[in-house]
Design a protein around this ligand. Sequence first.
Ligand SMILES: Cc1ncc(COP(=O)(O)O)c(C=O)c1O
Length: 287
Amino acid sequence: MLVNKMIFLNGQFISQDKALVSINDRGFQLGDGIYEVIRCYKGRAFRLDEHIDRLLKSAEAIRLELPYSRDELIEYVKELLVGVSWDYADIYIQATRGSAPRTHEFPAKVSPTVVMYISQSQGVPETTREKGITAIIVPDTRGTLCNIKSVNLLPNVLARQAAVEAGADEALFEREGIGVVEGAASNIFAVREGVLSTGPLSPYTLPGVTRDCVLQLAKSQGLPTELRFHSRQELLSASEVFITSTSKEVLAIADLAGYRIGNGRPGSITLKLAKDYRALVERECGL
Ligand SMILES: Cc1ncc(COP(=O)(O)O)c(C=O)c1O
């Protein structure tokens, strides 16, 4: 449900029924755009700077010149948050190369389309957190631009749909010769012999804001960490596996590809990191 509030479209806050984008928009026609999702707790955006930084990096990576400065983007986000007090909300930002007659190459004259809005969302139910989720493993059909948060999400959409049709919650991408790299909308962590590991920054993974928080939390607790991808077998035999994302936070996988992880319940390291992550959110958001 959208907040009863204005949508930011190209420099103006307008009502939802007037927030229209052309059918010539290159986001619609070609997936030529980028986005961000920022979780807000009781009206406070968590790790706003990091999300804006990643948006700017994504824009640079696709050679999209945003019409707003970093400070202006932050001001617009703050504007969206005025009067919002929901427990959970998400700010969605999308920038495309803009609207122009369809060509693959960049049009000579085009100005970006920038949209931002806030919507109410739900936290992960406590019962799900306590039980953990189920995930499947699918072949990674994506290319090598996965570090860019682009709106080209077809492989992710198909992977998540495959998960839902298999009665699972998430799909993990397995890349030949590399390992299981990340989820359809999440990063993956494993605990093996007391060492916490996740994939390194690479063209095969999104540099998750939550991933970064979890690595910082682990290091601050003196938990040994390692940056490496895992084979399917290594994940299946790990004592704990969990995903991280802005909306799921830290969430245990209890069943992966039909195999029980650990004793089939969220492990102690996962639960502690989930709790510490929530404490970090509360601290930084002043809750
Ligand atoms: C493909 C992919 N990887 C990882 C993540 C996690 O990133 P973040 O923690 O910044 O939400 C997401 C988030 O949606 C994602 O879509």
